[in-house]
Design a protein. Structure first.
Length: 168
């Protein structure tokens, strides 16, 4: 069994996979959109009927699928790694275009579009800090539990000693 399975519970494994998918998708999406804008690489905008399809649409579709699994799926389906990865990736696609959704204007490359980058990088940093702090938080929790158990055992021993004196 790996440390991933040994040290993390099912919820923590799902959260870690979601975070990794979010961070990776956010970075790749930024890279792809930059290459499209610069006219480099094999990528291009997707359109249907002359309308540009923003990538937040794919994110909404992915989160819709995750929601369907969460509402109607069996527990083994909800805990499947693909659900966690889909959630993180879908959320990244939406957050990357948050400024567009906020203003209902295409401000992706404008100054106002910076809020999407700030939100995405901030979310990545916050979740990454949580996962980095997990071992320390567990250690503190275990020490606290151990100290409390020792204090309770000590209090129980002193209570028991007084009761064995034959006092009524």
């Amino acid at each position: 069994m790996t440390a991933f399975h040994y040290d993390l519970g099912p919820g923590e494994r799902s959260a870690l996979l979601s975070w990794l998918a979010f961070a990776g998708t956010f970075a790749v999406t930024r890279g792809v959109t930059y290459s499209i804008r610069a006219g480099r690489g094999p990528f291009g905008n997707l359109s249907a009927g002359g309308e540009h399809l923003h990538h937040y649409l794919w994110g909404i579709g992915m989160l819709t699928g995750v929601g369907a699994v969460a509402v109607r799926g069996e527990e083994r389906h909800r805990r499947h790694p693909a659900v966690a990865v889909s959630y993180g990736s879908g959320l990244a696609l939406i957050v990357d275009e948050f400024a567009l959704l906020l203003d209902l204007k295409d401000v992706y490359w404008a100054r106002q579009g910076r809020i999407s980058v700030d939100l995405g990088v901030g979310g990545i940093a916050l979740a990454g800090s949580y996962f980095a702090a997990l071992p320390v938080l567990r250690s503190v929790r275990n020490r606290h539990k151990g100290a409390r158990a020792e204090a309770e055992a000590g209090a129980g021993a002193s209570d028991g000693a007084g009761a064995s004196d034959g006092a009524p």
